[in-house]
Design a protein around this ligand. Structure first.
Ligand code: HEM
Length: 440
């Protein structure tokens, strides 16, 4: 029988521990087995703590299909999109979305990313205390807006679209946690959510119709989506579902990764100093280009190590479609499986001193214990479609920030990751020190 994690209370199960300290609770689960049952109120999930078994679940996406805890609510909002659909339609939807993330196009988006990141960072001044998560979310939203629409939207329209995307994004997570009946009450939060969602869909329909009429490829994400979808799919809202999906899946994850990078560097000035030396040698004060990425290996290792310690997508679920074996256990159809990069990536038998931030563990000469031990972007057919996009954005942003700024910790600030879809360093504030004036 699958072992149940200790400490379950009558009725609520492990919910109190999970709500109070979700990350500490999860990190202890491997002590109880490679597959461990947890009870969250009336719902039960089987958490996979072993990297090989996690891979098996990810690769067999017919047996272990998308589903479980929050997915129904997400579908209500994102539609039947590439991220929320089940196995039956996934291959088709993925084929339509894939051209937008072709490596050639990512190289094209890099210039746009650099312009947007630099515009935000240029507005900083020395001594400012940066509220890191909202600031990084601004960077990610601006990058998303520019990569999706290039410069085809007037500033006011772009601002409105990003505002509506953000309102609906915030609303959805809260709605997934509320009971159905509460979610239908006409309270202000729900009204704001519906208004933003309706306006967003109407604006998107207008933008799509205009683009179709012009027939021009602007080299942006939207052009790639329109080229892959036929006009019939416009009426079903498939392209606008994809736009919303990319924002939901990409903006907070990327900004969370960048926030954790800054958090980690501020706490390890020795590594920060080595990064400064790298960006100064490679960029000498200019903005980075796509071709520079391979010449910034320490910056890339810092991002990889951050994604190991703080994987933004820390917990996601699958539903078992037909009775199946997993390791020594039989799982009946209908079971919910939870996968957690956070659990796997902090196992002491897979990583030396797993809680230590050590970018050099990713040096080619230092062997990594198992190829399945690092999975911040998931795996198998449902692996993140935006991996190269997200990595490019985070490394470029890090290089731009590190060229000019040092981030210092602020006494008394405590970081508390809230229980949310993404793992984010809630409350993080850092003080900006201009490296140029520090050198004078
Ligand atoms: C550091 C940044 C990112 C991280 C850590 C991340 C992580 C992930 C993970 C773990 C999954 C798989 C979830 C599962 O199997 O249930 C996923 C899927 C997905 N991601 Fe990302 N993501 C990032 C950035 C992005 C970006 C920038 C985009 C788009 C612009 C994006 C779009 C998607 C989509 C559409 C899916 C669903 C793929 C499918 O089911 O075929 N992600 N992401």
């Amino acid at each position: 029988m699958i072992p149940t994690a200790p400490g379950a209370r009558p009725l609520v199960g492990h919910l109190p521990s999970f709500l109070k300290q979700p990350f500490a609770f999860l990190a202890r689960l491997p002590e109880h087995g490679d597959v461990v049952r947890i009870r969250l109120g009336p719902k039960t999930a089987v958490v996979v703590c072993d990297p090989g078994l996690t891979r098996r679940v990810l690769v067999d996406d017919r047996t272990f299909d998308k589903g479980g805890l929050f997915l129904e609510r997400e579908r209500e909002w994102l539609g039947d999109s590439v991220a929320t659909c089940t196995h039956g339609t996934h291959r088709h939807k993925r084929r339509l979305a894939q051209p937008a993330f072709h490596p050639r196009r990512i190289a094209g988006y890099a210039d746009t990313m650099t312009t947007q990141i630099a515009a935000v960072v240029d507005g900083w001044h020395s001594g400012r205390i940066l509220d890191v998560c909202p600031e990084m979310f601004t960077i990610a939203s601006r990058v998303f807006g520019a990569a999706m629409f290039s410069s085809t939207l007037p500033a006011a329209a772009l601002h409105r679209v990003i505002g509506d995307l953000t309102t609906t994004f915030d609303g959805t997570f809260h709605r997934t946690l509320l009971p159905d009946a509460v979610g239908r009450l006409p309270i202000p939060g729900t009204r704001r959510y519906h208004t933003a969602n309706r306006r967003l869909r109407a604006t998107m329909n207008g933008i799509i119709a205009e683009r179709r009429a012009s027939g021009v490829d602007n080299g942006d994400l939207l052009s790639a989506l329109l080229a892959a979808h036929d006009r019939d799919s416009d009426a079903r809202g498939d392209v606008s579902d994809a736009v919303v999906t990319f924002f939901v899946a990409g903006a907070e994850t990327t900004s969370a990764a960048l926030s954790w990078v800054l958090y980690s560097l501020a706490r390890q000035p020795d590594i920060e100093a080595r990064l400064h030396a790298e960006v100064d040698a490679v960029l000498a004060g200019r903005l980075p280009e796509y071709g520079d990425l391979e010449r910034l290996p320490l910056a890339s290792r810092i991002v990889t190590e951050t994604l190991r310690l703080y994987p933004p997508a820390w917990f996601f679920t699958r539903r078992v479609t037909t009775a199946a074996g997993l390791g020594p256990y039989e799982l009946p159809a209908g079971s919910t499986i939870a996968l957690s990069p956070y659990v796997i990536q902090r196992r002491p038998d897979l990583f030396d001193a797993p809680d230590r931030f050590d970018p050099d563990r990713w040096l080619p000469e230092r062997a990594v214990s198992s190829p399945d031990a690092l999975l911040p972007f998931g795996g198998g057919a449902r692996k993140c479609i935006g991996e190269a996009f997200g990595m490019t954005e985070v490394v470029l942003a890090l290089a731009i920030i590190a060229s000019r700024w040092r981030l210092a910790t602020v006494p008394g600030v405590r970081v508390r990751p809230p229980l949310s879809v993404s793992l984010v360093p809630g409350g993080l504030r850092l003080r900006l020190v201009d490296r140029r004036s520090a050198r004078d």
